[in-house]
Write a protein that binds this ligand. Structure first.
Ligand code: GDP
Ligand code: ZN
Length: 377
């Protein structure tokens, strides 16, 4: 159990060296690296501080919360991982088994309220049972913007809702057909996932139905993103997918019907590994879950099943930062006459991105994905 001396102030700049850290992680991370510029990255890092639920403007709240956030370097064997979170009750995978926890009464309400699946926490025994008493700082977080329903569209009423934490890899699942294949969906998920500091992989499922789409997939591979063809139905590519997410915490994202549940069933063959009592495996398909849950399919290998991010479409990205998530566009932008060019057709003759699109070196689909998201920001 960490003593007070172990409890360190949260390092607000922790994300500033994230790209280095990511780049230096083991072999599976190779080929994917952050290429944003320093100014934009600093801006992004400021936004990421919100992932700790820390409001810089509220000094009291910030100080109090910091005391309950432990630096990742200081954590030891007393740390567990949150497998499910429902109404103040948590399933925590702790020392090889699942335990049922509440929150320590000393933990600030705001912080406790924001503990999500995938979070690392410390646990202590009290007379009332096991409780979570500290949160370990997050390395990544996938979040969505929540709007206050009484102020729909009002920027000031927006706030961020973290859905899952500490994801290493997000598998963006698309189906080759049924539902129809739309690379623009992949582009949108790529923005979302990379915004959370998470490595993306593309999984093209239902490849038993058709053997096409090579061109666009080769383009994503050229961008440094691993592409895996699978068939959950015929059990094709499952080993390759497992290999890509082994030893990591992974999440499957993608539209409904592409086969995410079927893939998870292939990856976690033993129903008993499922967390909690709310979800039961049903014959072929799975019981639909309404909250996230973490499944362990091998030692140190987790899959987080997250209905909450299946249809994410809201953004918290500054317009000038969007291109950071489009590696190809970001590279072409050096050819633009103006450094702050948004490549949105205001002065096409001065824009290197539009030129590349017209000359065919940038796929039209990529440019259209970029413009469509830009207009939503
Ligand atoms: P989810 O909504 O993304 O979780 O998708 P599901 O796993 O529920 O799958 C949707 C439908 O697609 C189901 O009827 C599955 O049987 C089917 N399906 C899933 N994977 C494959 C596959 O690889 N090939 C084929 N032909 N059908 C699949
Ligand atoms: Zn431009």
């Amino acid at each position: 159990m960490p003593t007070k001396t172990h409890v360190k102030k949260v390092q607000l700049e922790l994300t500033s060296n994230m790209n280095q850290e990511r780049g230096s992680r083991k072999g599976h991370q190779e080929g994917w690296q952050w290429r944003g510029n320093a100014r934009a990255l600093a801006k992004k890092n400021r936004a990421k501080r919100k992932h700790f639920g820390i409001d810089d403007d509220n000094e009291f709240e910030t100080k109090t919360q910091k005391e309950f956030v432990i630096s990742r370097e200081k954590t030891g064997s007393e740390v567990g991982i949150v497998a499910s979170a429902n109404a103040g009750r948590f399933h925590v995978f702790f020392k090889g088994k699942y335990i049922d926890c509440a929150l320590d009464s000393e933990l600030p309400f705001v912080l406790g309220h924001r503990i999500v699946v995938g979070d690392y926490v410390t646990v202590k025994q009290t007379s009332g049972g096991l409780v979570i008493d500290h949160l370990v700082e997050r390395k990544t977080a996938l979040s969505r913007l929540r709007r206050d329903s009484t102020h729909w569209g009002d920027i000031s009423a927006r706030n961020e809702q973290i859905i899952v934490a500490n994801i290493d890899t997000a598998v963006i699942v698309a189906a080759i057909m049924n539902p129809p294949f739309h690379p623009k969906f992949i582009d949108r998920y790529l923005v979302l996932v990379q915004h959370g500091g998470i490595k993306p992989i593309i999984c093209l499922n239902k490849c038993d139905l058709l053997n096409e789409r090579s061109e666009i997939l080769a383009y994503y591979q050229k961008l440094g993103i691993q592409v895996i063809r699978t068939s959950a139905e015929k059990s094709i590519g499952i080993e390759e997918l497992k290999q890509a997410i082994r030893g990591q915490s992974a999440v499957l994202v993608g539209h409904s019907g592409v086969g995410k549940s079927s893939l998870i069933n292939r990856i976690t063959p033993v129903a008993d590994l499922r967390v909690g009592t709310t979800t039961k495996k049903t014959g072929k398909g799975r019981h639909t879950t309404t909250s996230s849950e973490l499944l362990i399919w091998e030692a140190n290998s987790y899959i987080i099943d997250t209905p909450g991010i299946r249809s994410l479409g809201m953004w918290d990205i500054a317009r000038e930062n969007l291109q950071l998530y489009f590696d190809d566009i970001d590279r072409l932008a050096v050819e633009c006459t103006f450094a702050d060019c948004l490549h949105d057709n205001t002065a096409p003759e001065l824009c290197g991105v539009i030129r590349a699109m017209q000359q065919g070196s940038l796929p039209l689909q990529r440019y259209e994905s970029y413009i469509k998201i830009l207009r939503e920001l």
